[in-house]
Design a protein around this ligand. Structure first.
Ligand SMILES: *Cc1c(COP(=O)(O)O)cnc(C)c1O
Length: 421
């Protein structure tokens, strides 16, 4: 089925007489008849919910829905996008793990990598996405365990060259982890283009209504964790009586290990209530993404032809540096985020932000309402000026998250704000 159908029909399959809508199971725990059954759950010999820090039936509906849409073999709903990113890396190894990451990252991901994970002994090399494969290869070390990238970089909006980066990863026997937040599985399915693990901030388009912070970790099931590079997958885990993940769980080794060790130990699971609301939001993901994409393209064209606008970045705009990659990887639409710079720089940018009326100034992207912010003084504020530039943030950049209101009303608002400058 198409993602437009899957987002409505997947994840919950009621039997005769059961509720049509996936119920909210707001319970920390689950009742069993015998001690033997519970022991089997603890030993990972039986499937079933035991405690809602590790799994919950309402979270499972959302996990299954997005996993189906991404063409994965399993997913974990997490408390935030940040915790999904954290789990994606902690599952690979501990201190001494090196990650090669493209530099055009969401500011929160940059901070997680550059501050907290670095403090815990992880190492990161941030590389320019335009480097050639040979130049990138020089940054791969014996302890490099993954490449990390975003489908559409935030907020520079460069589209990931999946073929180039996944080929490099697989040549080095390491997985490609992709943050697919901006594209969502309706517009791009990274597993079809060589990615091995996907993470989402469901806080953005998947929820779509700005009501829940949440994340998802999705496994393609295609990466060979027994290739010698990942001893934690192939040697006995003492905390489960010497279980070896690749032997027992085969292609599901990664996603099961993440759940049974990291959710167990860290506890960053999504709450059932957030999973319930996020699942309801996700049911309209496809129609929303189509509308976000068509509205954003019209806004990008409008801005591009406006005399007060200096530059516009939107991957589906034929003048954009990522246009060809967008045609290849985002043929159904390039999502709802448009970045641009006004003539007159940061000062006129702020004036513009203060002049819009329909669009609101919020620290968010990817919900149904049109809004905007100034990355250099907001989301990417903690980065130094050099780090901002390598993340694709220039001082004058305004990031517009185009909503699904009527396009004429959005353009009218932008027009009146530009007139005031
Ligand atoms: C917001 C965002 C995150 C972090 O997600 P939270 O849900 O805010 O923790 C990660 N990646 C991208 C691209 C984002 O936009």
């Amino acid at each position: 089925m198409h993602t437009a159908t899957q987002c409505i029909q997947s994840g919950y399959y009621p039997k005769n007489g059961e509720p049509r809508i996936a119920p909210l199971i707001q319970s920390t725990t689950y009742k069993y008849d015998t001690a033997e059954e519970v022991a089997k759950l603890f030993d990972l010999e039986a499937d079933g919910h035991m405690y809602s820090r590790i799994s919950n039936p309402t979270c499972a509906v959302l996990e299954d829905k997005i996993s189906v849409m991404e063409k994965g073999i399993g997913a974990i709903a997490t408390s935030s996008g940040q915790s999904a990113t954290l789990l994606s890396l902690l599952t690979l190894g501990g201190a001494g793990t090196h990650i090669l990451t493209l530099s055009n990252l969401y500011g929160g991901t940059f901070n997680l990598f550059n501050t907290t994970l670095t403090r815990l002994g992880f190492e990161f090399t941030f590389v320019d996405p335009d480097l050639s494969p040979a130049e990138m290869q020089q940054h791969i070390k014996p302890n490099t365990k993954a490449i990390f990238a975003e489908t559409i970089g935030n907020p520079g909006l460069g589209v990931l060259d999946f073929e180039k980066i996944s080929t490099l990863a697989h040549k080095n026997n390491i997985p490609l982890i992709v943050d697919n937040t901006f594209a969502t599985p309706h517009l791009c399915r990274p597993f079809e283009h060589g990615a091995d693990i996907v993470i989402h901030s469901t806080t953005k388009y998947i929820d779509g209504h700005a009501s829940c912070v949440g994340g998802l970790l999705v496994d393609s099931g295609k990466f060979n964790w027994a290739n010698g590079n990942f001893p934690e997958f192939t040697t006995p885990d003492k905390s489960y009586h010497g279980l070896v993940y690749t032997e027992v769980f085969k292609e599901k080794a990664y996603i099961i290990k993440a759940r049974v060790t990291l959710l167990r130990d860290i506890g960053c699971i999504m709450s059932p209530f957030n999973a319930y609301l996020t699942n309801t939001g996700a049911e309209t993901l496809a129609v929303r993404m189509d509308r976000h994409s068509s509205n954003a393209l019209k806004v990008a064209k409008f801005l591009y032809s406006h005399p007060k606008v200096d530059w516009v970045a939107y991957p589906a705009l034929s003048t954009d540096k990522s246009y060809e990659l967008a045609q290849k990887y985002l043929p159904d639409g390039a999502s709802g985020i448009v970045s641009f710079g006004l003539k007159g720089g940061a000062c006129t940018g702020k004036q513009f932000i203060n002049s819009v009326e329909l669009a609101s100034l919020v620290v968010h992207v990817g919900d149904i309402r049109t809004h905007l912010l100034h990355p250099a003084s907001m989301t990417h504020r903690q980065l130094s000026p050099e780090e901002q530039l390598s993340a694709g943030v220039s001082p004058e950049m305004v990031r517009l998250s185009v909503g699904i209101e009527h396009i004429d009303d959005i353009i009218a608002d932008l027009t009146q704000a530009l007139d005031k400058i």
